[in-house]
Design a protein around this ligand. Structure first.
Ligand SMILES: [Zn+2]
Length: 226
């Protein structure tokens, strides 16, 4: 279950399913971009890293580099380095392995979801850190929901092709990106999944919506720090 909290007086969204690690989804009140120093102070950290998102499915591990070009999933295994990605309708994923203490944030718009970036993220954690899906907690954050997300036939079939069980993932021409990402993870053995109820278009007073706001450049974020 998700709940609102405050960080330095700014409203952020968190999940009760992930008490072990510092994480949140920002709201309209305070995007991270442009406010990096505020978040560093609030989190008592010196590094805050964000990749150059391209709607792809490349996942990288944070090291000494500061630039992560063409990267839509970032994994961190060291403490006190915050990683965050940016969203306005696309699905934010926070993934955590509580045995190896490794965390990730991924960006799953329709392209990322069609390319199964959720699974690619867990597989990269598996390969590099020995992560097992049964030890993974996944948070699926605020995104445009089935009520508002109409897609064309081609996108619809590309999304449905990513899962075996397609039940409950669409309503007419509308697809449920959050549930498709959850289903992809369930089908590789992830059981601890929390899906945020907020729709970025319906709940536009709280979050940014690319569709509802005619291509707004503003973004809310998903952040995690070990
Ligand atoms: Zn909606």
């Amino acid at each position: 279950m998700f709940y609102f909290d405050t960080l330095g007086g700014k409203k952020v969204l968190k999940s009760y399913l992930l008490p072990e690690v510092r994480h949140f989804f920002t709201t309209r009140e305070c995007p991270i971009r442009g406010n990096e120093e505020f978040f560093k102070q609030m989190l008592h950290i010196e590094r805050i890293i964000s990749p150059e998102q391209t709607h792809g499915s490349n996942v990288e591990i944070v090291d000494e580099h500061t630039q992560y070009p063409d990267t839509d999933g970032l994994i961190v295994s060291k403490p006190n380095i915050a990683i965050y990605l940016s969203f306005a309708d696309c699905t934010p994923l926070i993934i955590y392995d509580n045995v190896n203490n490794v965390a990730a944030v991924s960006h799953a718009g329709w392209r990322g979801t069609a390319a199964r970036i959720a699974v690619a993220t867990v597989e990269k954690m598996q390969k590099e850190f020995g992560t097992k899906p049964e030890n993974v907690t996944a948070l699926i954050g605020p995104a445009i929901s089935v009520c508002c997300y109409t897609v064309g036939e081609d996108v619809f079939s590309q999304l449905m092709d990513t899962v075996t069980d397609k039940s409950g993932l669409f309503k007419g021409d509308n697809v449920d990106l959050k549930k498709i990402n959850a289903r992809q993870l369930e089908e590789i053995g992830v059981t601890k999944i929390d899906i945020c109820p907020y729709c970025t278009a319906c709940d536009n007073d709280l979050f940014f919506s690319y569709r509802k706001e005619n291509g707004t450049p503003l973004r809310h974020n998903a952040l995690v720090v070990l």
